[in-house]
Design a protein around this ligand. Structure first.
Ligand code: HAM
Length: 417
């Protein structure tokens, strides 16, 4: 019996991978313009890192982590997200000593044991950014402007930006209590899960998809109306800067996030093209996180984009791999040997060249050249070997030019390089 991949974990095959490469390359280009450098951290981390940062009572930590003991009985977890590992690395490597403002980006697989469905997987990939060291609201707007720029660059426009402020340790507890009191008065209308968590994680109730919970919380107290004056000012500045940069957004005071480290600005980029998995990117501020993990007291902000969701949104605008610049069709063993050497010479000078390895007929070789979408073809037979020249055919307009075999590399490098 053959062995299949694990449920919720997918292969990315040739034909699809070109779209991934385009999305990743575009990220390198755009994030580079804003001064971000790449960071790569290990896939497993100590379990404690995620419990302390994401929060013990969150869905991720309670239900979704891939946690196991290694052979020395250390509890390890396959990273469910990138912020905590990047902050762990930031502290461990004292990156704040290199630069007072660290701008980092990362891309790679994350793991959550969720119920797989379209747009939701158990191994998925994030493209994330983190900025550590700036409290000024300009950086919130800059990070959002970069996210907007990235979506323009990759040609996806059916998304909208929702922003909120979740307050800080000064004002959140007051709001939390007000919300708990409000929820208490409607407890019987809430779903079972919200009845269980309304004390430990009351904000999550606002985000519950159950209709009863949505109806029961229509007029729930709004977090924005309970911000302290410092958070209120910060949020106003974020909105003003976004306005100055012409970044379209709407305020969604009911937006809560599934990770506990957030304070102040939070945001999601949502779409109506992906059914219930409507967030293509999400993030926010985590000003106390670095300190709570044992590092200096530095503010931070970032986001992560779900790459699978972007690929789904690209749909039929998928990126197609470029075909060979030259396909050499050979007739007979001697010609195939010559074609092999010529192909290798071309590849070594930077020309993408292909040939047939299966001893196929000329007709079949030309069919393959067409299928691969070759830009030029060259037929090598006995006559060509003797004369030392062959017809180079431009597949776009079928025009042919006689070229000496020794000159082909020169002709093609001139055209393509
Ligand atoms: P998050 O909202 O948990 O935030 O995830 C960010 C994005 O990852 C989501 O908006 C979604 O596009 C994608 N995503 C999450 N779970 C799945 C899944 N099971 N399958 C497919 N895609 C998924 C974070 O992870 C934060 N670390 C973001 C951040 C960075 N905040 C500050 N800096």
């Amino acid at each position: 019996m053959s062995i299949n991949a694990i449920k919720g974990m997918n292969d990315i095959l040739p034909g699809e991978v070109e779209t991934w490469q385009f999305l990743e390359q575009s990220a390198r280009e755009v994030f580079g313009l804003y001064g971000f450098s790449e960071i790569r951290t290990p896939v497993p981390e100590k379990t404690e890192l995620f419990c302390r940062s994401i929060g013990e009572t969150t869905d991720i930590v309670e239900k979704e982590m891939y946690t196991f003991n290694d052979k020395s009985e250390n509890s390890l977890t396959l990273r469910p997200e990138g912020t905590a590992p990047v902050m762990r690395s930031f502290i461990q490597n004292k990156l704040h000593n290199l630069d007072p403002v660290s701008k980092l980006f990362y891309m790679g697989p994350m793991f959550r044991y969720e119920r797989p469905q379209k747009g939701r997987y158990r191994q998925f990939h994030q493209l994330g950014v983190e900025v550590v060291g700036v409290e000024d609201a300009k950086i919130d707007a800059q990070v959002l402007a970069m996210l907007h720029h990235y979506f323009v660059r990759i040609g996806i426009d059916s998304v909208s930006l929702q922003v909120n402020s979740l307050g800080c340790p000064e004002c959140r507890p007051g709001y939390r209590n007000t919300l708990i009191n409000y929820l208490e008065s409607r407890l019987s209308d809430l779903c079972e899960e919200c009845q269980r968590r309304y004390q430990t994680n009351p904000l999550r109730v606002l985000d519950c998809k159950a209709q009863g919970c949505q109806v029961a919380t229509v007029d729930a107290p709004s977090v924005i109306e309970h911000l302290c004056s410092a958070c209120n000012d910060h949020f106003s500045q974020v909105k003003d800067h976004l306005g100055a940069l012409n970044i379209p957004f709407e305020v969604n005071a009911r937006m809560v996030r599934g990770l506990d480290y957030y304070v102040r600005t939070t945001f999601e980029l949502v779409t109506d093209k992906l059914g219930s998995q409507n967030a293509v990117a999400a993030g926010g501020r985590y000003d106390g996180l670095v300190e709570s993990l044992g590092g200096p007291s530095l503010p931070g902000i970032g986001f992560a984009i779900g790459l699978e969701r972007l690929v789904l949104m690209k749909g039929d605008q998928r990126i197609v791999a470029e075909g060979p610049q030259l396909f050499i069709a050979a007739l007979g063993k001697e010609a195939a040997d010559r074609a092999f050497v010529l192909m290798s010479q071309l590849q070594s000078v930077g020309v993408y060249a292909e040939m047939d390895y299966l001893g196929k007929s000329l007709k079949a070789q030309m069919r393959r050249a067409n299928k691969l979408n070759a830009a030029f073809t060259l037929i090598l037979g006995e006559e060509e070997l003797q004369s030392g020249q062959a017809q180079l055919k431009d597949m776009a307009d079928s025009s042919q030019t006689m070229v000496a075999l020794d000159a082909i590399a020169g002709v093609l490098t001139e055209k393509f390089i």
